[in-house]
Design a protein around this ligand. Structure first.
Ligand code: ADP
Length: 436
C-alpha cells in the first residue's frame, strides 16, 4: 500500500473550502464572522480526529484503524501499515531466535552465550545439566563466578581463545570437558563445552601404555646388552661371523635402548605438570655442557661448531626439558651435516623474548617434509636416519618441550644449503638480571 502525498490536491481542497466560506460570508455580509466560524470548525474537526487517533493508539485493542475521511484516512492507514510491517518483522525475528534456540538445544554440547564481561546471556539445556547453570536465575551472572576451576579462570582471563582448555566437569569430577570459546556478533562469545572424557581417557591409556612398555623393556635390554658386551670381550678366537653377529646385535640393542630412552623422555614431558615459572635455567652453563657433549660427538665429522651464547641471559623453565630440546637440535645438526660442515648455535636476547637457533650448512630438507618433521618417527630419509642411530623422536620431543614453554619450533631449510631450527622463548619467560 502506498499513499502519494499531493500538495496540489491538498491546496485545491483547502482553497475550495476557504473560497466557499468567503462566498457564504459575502452573501451574508458577515465575512469576518463566517471566516472565524470556518476556522474554528476546521480546528475542532482536526482536534476530534487527533483525539480519536490517540485513543486508538493507546487504548484500543483492535489493530485495524477506525474509519476516517480525507487525509485522516491516509494517516490511519499509514500507521496501520507500519504496525503491520513491524509485527511481521518481529515475527520473523522471533522465528529466527526460536530456530537458533531449537538448533542449540539439539546440539550434543553445552552452549552458553556470554558478553564481553563474561556475563551469561543465554544457555541451552545441556549447559544447565552438565555445567549446573540455572536458567533464568543465572542470567547476567559472570560465568567465571559459577565455574571456579583455576584453569578455566586463567583461560577466561587470558583473552586468547585460540586453543580450547580441558578441565574436570563442574558437576562430575570423573568427566573431562573441553571448553572452547568463539567470538560472534558484537562483543558476544559462544562458549561450547564438549564431553571429551572418552578421548582423554584413551589418551591417558596411550600415554600410560607407552610409558609402561618402555619401562618394562628397559631392564631386559640392559641385561642383553650387558651379556653382549661380556661375550664380545671373550670371543676373540671365535669365527668372524660370530664377532660380526655380536657387534651387530650390540649396535641394534643400543638403538633400542636409545629409542626406549627417548620414548620415556617423551612420555615424561607429555604428562609433565611441572610449572615453567618456578625455576630459572642458567642457559649459559647448560649450553656449555652440551657444547662438550657435541665436541665428543663431532670427533669423526670435524665440523666447525660455533657457540654464540649471551652469558647473562637466563630464562624460566624446566631445565631437563630445555636440555633435551637444545641438545636434540644441536646433535641433529651434527648428524645431518656432511663432514667439515659449519654449525652455529645462537642464544641471545631479542626485544620480544630469548632466541635460540641452530644453523647448519648441511643437507637441508625439502619443503614438502617441513610440516611433518615433528611427527613421531617421521624421517626424511629413513635409511640415513637409522645410520645416525636416531630414534625418530628427537623433533617430537623438541615440539613438546616448546609447547610446554609456550612457544613453537621454527624451521627454515633449503636442500643442499642447510637448515636453521629455532624458537623464541616469550618475553615473560626471560628472567630479569638481579641488580645489586
Ligand atoms: P631422528 O632421530 O631420525 O634424527 P628427529 O625427529 O630428530 O629424528 O628428526 C626427524 C628428521 O628430520 C630426521 O630424520 C632428518 O631427516 C630431519 N632433520 C632433523 N634435523 C635436521 C638437520 N639439521 N638437517 C637436515 N635434516 C634434519
Amino acid at each position: 500500500m502506498y499513499y502519494h502525498q499531493s500538495w496540489s490536491k491538498t491546496f485545491i481542497r483547502f482553497a475550495l473550502l476557504v473560497g466557499a466560506s468567503i462566498a457564504v460570508g459575502l452573501y451574508l455580509g458577515e465575512l469576518l464572522l463566517v471566516m472565524l466560524i470556518f476556522a474554528g470548525a476546521l480546528l475542532l474537526y482536526n482536534y476530534i480526529h487527533l483525539y480519536r487517533l490517540t485513543k486508538w493508539l493507546w487504548h484500543s485493542r483492535t489493530m485495524s484503524p477506525p474509519s476516517a475521511p480525507g487525509i485522516w484516512h491516509h494517516i490511519y492507514e499509514g500507521i496501520y501499515f507500519l504496525q503491520r510491517r513491524n509485527r511481521n518483522k518481529r515475527k520473523n525475528l522471533g522465528e529466527l531466535v526460536k530456530r537458533f534456540r531449537e538448533g542449540s538445544e539439539a546440539l550434543p554440547d553445552a552452549v552458553v552465550v556470554i558478553d564481553k564481561q563474561a556475563r551469561i546471556m543465554w544457555c541451552n539445556r545441556n549447559a544447565r545439566i552438565e555445567l549446573g547453570l540455572r536458567w533464568p536465575d543465572d542470567n547476567g551472572r559472570r560465568i567465571d563466578n559459577l565455574i571456579r576451576h583455576p584453569r578455566f579462570i586463567e583461560f577466561m582471563e587470558s583473552d586468547d581463545y585460540q586453543y580450547p582448555v580441558e578441565i574436570p566437569a563442574p558437576t562430575n569430577p570423573h568427566k573431562t570437558f573441553e571448553f572452547r570459546m568463539m567470538e560472534y556478533g558484537e562483543d558476544q562469545f559462544l562458549l561450547i563445552v564438549r564431553d571429551v572424557s572418552r578421548v582423554s581417557h584413551l589418551e591417558e591409556m596411550r600415554k600410560d601404555f607407552v610409558a609402561n612398555v618402555s619401562h618394562e623393556l628397559k631392564t631386559p635390554l640392559t641385561v642383553i646388552n650387558g651379556y653382549l658386551e661380556v661375550l664380545a670381550s671373550s670371543t676373540e678366537d671365535a669365527p668372524p661371523i660370530v664377532n660380526k653377529a655380536l657387534s651387530e646385535m650390540g649396535t641394534q640393542t643400543k638403538r633400542m635402548q636409545n629409542l626406549i630412552e627417548d620414548l620415556l623422555v617423551l612420555s615424561r614431558i607429555e604428562s609433565s605438570g611441572e610449572r615453567i615459572f618456578e625455576k630459572v635455567i642458567d642457559m649459559h652453563a647448560m649450553l656449555k655442557q652440551i657444547q662438550m657433549e657435541a665436541a665428543a660427538l663431532n670427533k669423526e665429522k670435524h665440523h666447525e661448531i660455533i657457540f654464540k651464547v649471551d652469558p647473562d641471559l637466563k630464562v624460566f623453565g624446566v631445565e631437563t626439558e630445555m636440555r633435551s630440546a637444545c641438545s636434540n637440535l644441536i646433535f641433529n645438526a651434527i648428524h645431518y651435516t656432511p663432514p667439515k660442515g659449519k654449525i652455529e648455535v645462537i642464544f641471545k636476547r631479542r626485544s620480544n623474548g630469548a632466541y635460540f637457533g641452530v644453523k647448519d650448512n648441511g643437507d637441508g630438507i625439502d619443503e614438502k617434509h617441513l610440516r611433518r618433521l615433528t611427527e613421531r618417527f617421521y624421517r626424511v630419509d629413513k635409511a640415513r636416519s637409522r645410520k645416525t642411530g636416531g630414534s625418530g623422536l628427537g623433533l617430537s620431543i623438541v615440539k613438546h618441550v616448546l609447547h610446554h614453554h609456550n612457544t613453537l619450533l621454527e624451521v627454515e631449510s633449503k636442500v643442499g644449503k642447510g637448515s636453521e631450527f629455532s624458537f623464541l622463548l616469550p618475553a615473560e619467560l626471560v628472567a630479569l638480571e638481579e641488580t645489586d
